[in-house]
Ligand binder design. Structure first.
Ligand SMILES: *[C@@H]1O[C@H](CO)[C@@H](O)[C@H](O)[C@H]1NC(C)=O
Length: 289
């Protein structure tokens, strides 16, 4: 055993007792300092109740962000929606003014929405998608560039990987049947590769119906706090009720880069109100405009 150097000095009994006490006090002080600085933590009795991956009742407010600019902006926070699909709701992602701006810009150019033909990769008219829409080109003006920068910050995916912003309008009865955002044809992935994630921004509040529904989501989707407000269609899966300014981010690819079949999603028929949304699809690689 290695003896401390000072023990070689002549000592009295009382001084060794003082030393032990001093060391105890110092040890206590060090532990308290570490606790205060957060390097150590006392195990929490609730540690055994950590939320399970698919426990959707564990939805909690996780981060609160302060708005970086304009005063009077509503509170922003990110909510985990589910892990399969990986999806998040960013509350008050857009300001009311930004929502109105996108609607105003898109309105004069609305056309019957099409879907991508999985055989040819070309756009085609379809009964599965009955909304009207238009594209606002990437980086087309200051407001849109600001929104696109915010999307990149939120998703950690570069602005250059994004397609144009697609603004959609649904009238009562209009819907979009469940589908995947990823492509199954060669043609569509030539520019930018596969679609990795989608961010869907709600530009209006919707009274009834019009939910975004994930019918293949894993977990007990009736445990979402807004379950009782959902339409029949909305209750067919994990659903998000459109709220002006909110953004829904979900991933079409899993972390291992395989396609995530739980990302199947649709727009429920609108029952009451007016639904406008803006969608940004993000690719694995740079998407050339
Ligand atoms: C799902 O969640 C709801 C609401 O929290 C609960 O009443 C129901 O028992 C749960 N179902 C299952 C199968 O866990």
């Amino acid at each position: 055993m290695v003896k401390p150097r000072y023990s070689r000095l002549p000592t009295r009994k009382s001084s060794s007792l003082t030393m032990v006490l001093t060391m105890l006090v110092m040890f206590t002080f060090v532990i308290l300092t570490l606790l205060a600085l957060g390097f150590l933590s006392i195990p929490n009795s609730s540690g055994g109740n950590l939320p399970k991956a698919n426990d959707l009742s564990s939805i909690v407010r996780t981060t609160v962000g302060r708005s970086e600019e304009d005063e009077g902006k509503r509170e922003q926070w990110v909510e985990l929606l589910s892990w399969e699909p990986r999806s998040f709701i960013y509350h008050n992602f857009l300001t009311k003014e930004e929502c109105e701006y996108l609607v105003t810009m898109a309105k004069p150019h609305m056309q019957k929405s099409t879907v991508v033909d999985s055989e040819t990769g070309k756009s085609k008219d379809s009964r599965v998608r009955t909304s009207y829409g238009t594209f606002l080109a990437r980086g087309r003006d200051k407001v849109i560039r600001k929104i696109e920068k915010r999307i990149a910050d939120f998703t950690f995916l570069p602005v250059e990987h994004g397609e144009g912003l697609q603004v959609l309008h649904y009238e009562v009865g209009q819907k979009y049947e469940p589908h995947y955002d990823y492509f199954l044809d060669e043609f569509s992935t030539r520019n930018g590769g596969q679609r990795i994630a989608t961010i869907l921004m709600y530009l209006t509040d919707v009274e009834e119906g019009g939910e975004t529904v994930f019918p293949a989501a894993k977990g007990n989707f009736s445990s979402v706090p807004w379950w009782n407000e959902l339409s029949e269609c909305g209750k067919g899966g994990l659903s998000v009720k459109p709220k002006m300014g909110d953004a829904l981010l979900f991933w079409s690819m899993k972390p291992d880069a395989t396609l995530d079949t739980s990302s199947l999603h649709g727009g429920c028929p609108l029952i009451k109100g007016n639904k406008w949304s803006a969608t940004k699809w993000i690719r694995v690689n740079e998407y050339k405009v």
